[in-house]
Design a protein around this ligand. Structure first.
Ligand SMILES: Nc1nc2c(ncn2[C@@H]2O[C@H](COP(=O)(O)OP(=O)(O)OP(=O)(O)O)[C@@H](O)[C@H]2O)c(=O)[nH]1
Length: 324
C-alpha cells in the first residue's frame, strides 16, 4: 500500500481529566462519514473509558490495565495488527486515546514500526490541556504534562469556562509552540475540520526515544519506561446502590495526591439510570446518563493518584460506607 492509501491516525493525548474522552465523543457523534476505529486506554484494571464512549457504531478497542506507551504497548501492537488484518472491515480512520499518563511520542514511535509504517500515517498528535488544572501540576506530573504538550501538533486548550480570560492569556503567553495549532475550547467544542484529516504531524525531533526531562532515578522510581512507577490506581466495584450524598462526601475527602477518579455508578436517588462520576482535582461531577438497558445495575470506580497516595484499606472502607 502506498502512503496515499494509508490510514490516518490521530493520537489524542493530555493529562488525566483534561477532556480527551469528551473530544472523542464529540468526534464520534459528529457526521464524519468515515468507518472509524477508536482505541481507548485506561491505566487501571477496569476500562471505564470504553463505557463512556457514546456511539457504539464504530469499532472500539480497549487497552486496559497499564499505560499504552509502556506496559500495554504489546497489546497496542497486537490489536492494531488484528485490525489491519481484517481487510474487509479495515477502518478508514483511527483515533487512539492515550491514557492521561502516556507520552504520545512513544505511541508515535510504535506506529512507525515496520509492520505499520506503510499502512498507517500519523495525522497529528493532539494534546488536550485543562486550562484550570495545568498550572496546579507539580514535579513529575508537570513534567509529564509538558512532554505531552511538547509532542503536540494541535493543542486544544480546554475548560476555558473554568478560568478567567487573563489566565488563558497567561497560559498562551507561556507556551511558545509556533508549529502547533492552538484552539481554545469549552467541552472540546472545536471545528472537526481543524483536527481530523489535517496532515499536521510534524516528526521533527520527535521520533527518537523520548528522554524524560527528569531522570527517573532522581525521582526514586524504577528506570523502566513504566508510568506505573509514578502512579498508583485503585478500583472498586459494587452491585449495591450508593447514596449520592455519601459518594460526594467520600470523593471530596480523598487526599490531594489523588488526581483523578471516574466511574459508572448505581445511585439510589437515580433508579433505573446509570450515573457517570468524574473527579478531576477537586472538581466533582455525578450526572445521570442512559438507562441500564438489560444489565443489572452496578458501580465501578477507578481512582488514580501519585505513587503511595492510595491507602487501599481506607478507600475500601470509605467506598463501602457509600452503600445506601
Ligand atoms: N467545565 C468543564 N468541564 C469539562 C470540559 N471538558 C471536559 N469537562 C469535564 O471534565 C471531566 C473529565 O473529562 P474527560 O473527557 O473524561 O477527561 P479525560 O482526559 O478523558 O480523562 P482521563 O481519561 O481520565 O485522562 C468530565 O467531567 C468532563 O465533563 C470543559 O471544557 N469545561
Amino acid at each position: 500500500m502506498n502512503r496515499r492509501n494509508s490510514i490516518p491516525v490521530t493520537i489524542v493525548s493530555g493529562f488525566l481529566g483534561a477532556g480527551k474522552t469528551t473530544l472523542l465523543n464529540r468526534i464520534l457523534s459528529s457526521d464524519h462519514g468515515l468507518r472509524m476505529a477508536v482505541m481507548v486506554n485506561d491505566f487501571g484494571a477496569i476500562n471505564i473509558d470504553s463505557q463512556l464512549i457514546v456511539s457504539q457504531t464504530q469499532t472500539t478497542i480497549s487497552l486496559a490495565n497499564g499505560c499504552i506507551c509502556c506496559t500495554v504497548e504489546s497489546d497496542l501492537i497486537e490489536q492494531l495488527g488484528r485490525m489491519l488484518d481484517n481487510r474487509e472491515n479495515r477502518p478508514e480512520y483511527i483515533v487512539i486515546e492515550a491514557s492521561g499518563v502516556s507520552n504520545p511520542v512513544k505511541i508515535a514511535n510504535t506506529l512507525r514500526y515496520p509492520q505499520f509504517r506503510d499502512v498507517l500515517s500519523i495525522d497529528s498528535i493532539l494534546t488536550v490541556v485543562d486550562a484550570a488544572q495545568f498550572e496546579n501540576l507539580e514535579g513529575v506530573m508537570a513534567q509529564l504534562a509538558m512532554e505531552q504538550l511538547d509532542a503536540a501538533d494541535i493543542i486544544v486548550l480546554n475548560k476555558i469556562d473554568q478560568v478567567r480570560r487573563e489566565q488563558v492569556d497567561a497560559l498562551r503567553a507561556r507556551w511558545l509552540y509556533p508549529k502547533a495549532r492552538l484552539l481554545e475550547a469549552r467541552h472540546c467544542e472545536v471545528p472537526l475540520e481543524l483536527v481530523l484529516g489535517v496532515g499536521r504531524f510534524n516528526s521533527d525531533g520527535k521520533l527518537k526515544p523520548a528522554e524524560s526531562r527528569v531522570p527517573s532515578h532522581s525521582l526514586g522510581i524504577t528506570p523502566a519506561r513504566d508510568h506505573g512507577a509514578i502512579f498508583d490506581t485503585w478500583c472498586w466495584s459494587s452491585d449495591q446502590p450508593l447514596s449520592l450524598k455519601a459518594l460526594r462526601q467520600t470523593l471530596a475527602a480523598l487526599p490531594t495526591d489523588i488526581y483523578r477518579a471516574k466511574g459508572v455508578c448505581n445511585i439510589a436517588e437515580v433508579p433505573g439510570q446509570r450515573c457517570i462520576m468524574h473527579l478531576v482535582g477537586n472538581r466533582c461531577e455525578i450526572n445521570p446518563a442512559e438507562k441500564w438497558q438489560g444489565t443489572a445495575p452496578f458501580s465501578q470506580v477507578i481512582v488514580i493518584g501519585k505513587r503511595g497516595a492510595i491507602d487501599a484499606a481506607a478507600f475500601q472502607t470509605a467506598f463501602e460506607q457509600c452503600i445506601a
